[in-house]
Design a protein. Structure first.
Length: 284
């Protein structure tokens, strides 16, 4: 679906944010793009959807150069930026003026997402609260039924019940024909939603791995202490030590995304190295 080949990008030529970056994303997946504030998540998403232009390399969507922004690419792509602008229109008028750009837009779905998010359907958009505006745009984004749906920090501004609804709705909207990319620096917001983690750190994609594959290679557990264990990374908690260990026994554990993310950004290279090796090779 999306192929990024040898991408170099910088807002200034002398300060590259990415150099020779490669990444491929496929249909049928919900990707979580994680990175610290300023890591370059928004910039990477903008390159993907053709709103920022690589200095070198290419970003293609279904083989078409994203930066050309051709109608056949745009009608099958929805990008929800972090900062949204809504016009002084009701949802119905917004749909009447905008939905025509998306051939697979489904009005019934749009209103049912609005109802689920408890967004009043007759309100004027720019008079709504920021959270309501965001939910309206998420509902619109989903109802476009584009093959590629890219959302930059969509959960910013949502209250806790809305975040729960967001996860449920997105999970339901994923089909084999759709590729969803969601960026966040709030790792917990993507819990139980994404199937593949992409981590951008120090100007590189350090991880692009399905959660199942991470769980095959790493064990997430709570220990009374690190003694006698091959602990790759750990954090103290009230229940003991939340730890990441090599999964040498083939035990399945739920990936603690926040712990995993912290291990990467706090500079434990062995966690990433283990992902790229195969510790189970000799275990069975
Ligand atoms: N239009 C711009 N012109 C110049 N520099 C920019 C521009 N937009 C972003 N940057 C810089 O590029 C770097 C990456 O910014 P970006 O917004 O992509 O990060 P991010 O990972 O999305 O951050 P956050 O989690 O805070 O939203 C930052 O250092 C930022 O200051």
């Amino acid at each position: 679906m999306i192929h990024i080949n040898n991408l170099s990008f910088g807002y200034r030529k002398k300060h590259l944010l990415f150099q020779n970056l490669n990444l491929s994303l496929f249909k049928g997946h919900i990707y979580g793009l994680l990175g610290k504030n300023g890591a370059g998540k928004s910039t990477l998403l903008k390159n993907m959807v053709g709103l920022a232009y690589p200095l070198e390399g290419t970003c293609t969507i279904n083989g078409k150069n994203a930066s050309k922004r051709s109608p056949e690419v745009l009608e099958n792509l929805f990008f929800l930026p972090e900062e949204i602008y809504v016009p002084p229109l009701t949802s119905a008028k917004y749909v009447a003026r905008t939905a025509c750009f998306y051939p697979n837009f489904n009005e019934q779905e749009f209103y049912s997402y609005l109802a689920e998010f408890e967004v009043p359907r007759d309100a004027v958009l720019d008079k709504m609260s920021f959270g309501q505006q965001k939910k309206m745009m998420i509902a619109f984004a989903l109802a476009t039924n584009t093959e590629l749906l890219v959302m930059d920090e969509p959960t910013n501004g949502l209250d806790i019940p809305s975040k729960v609804q967001f996860r449920k709705i997105i999970a339901r909207a994923l089909t084999e024909d759709r590729c969803v990319v969601i960026s966040t620096h709030q790792v917990r917001d993507l819990e139980s939603l994404i199937d593949t983690l992409v981590v951008v750190h120090n100007r590189e994609i350090v991880v692009n791995e399905e959660l199942d594959s991470i769980a095959e290679k790493l064990l997430f557990t709570t220990l009374p202490s690190a003694e006698g264990h091959d602990v790759l990374y750990a954090e103290e908690s009230v229940r003991g030590l939340n730890a990441i260990l090599p999964n040498t026994e083939g035990v399945y554990s739920k990936v603690d995304m926040e712990l995993f993310f912290n291990a990467i950004i706090n500079g434990n290279p062995s966690v990433v190295q283990l992902l790229h090796s195969n510790p189970l090779q000799n275990a069975f």
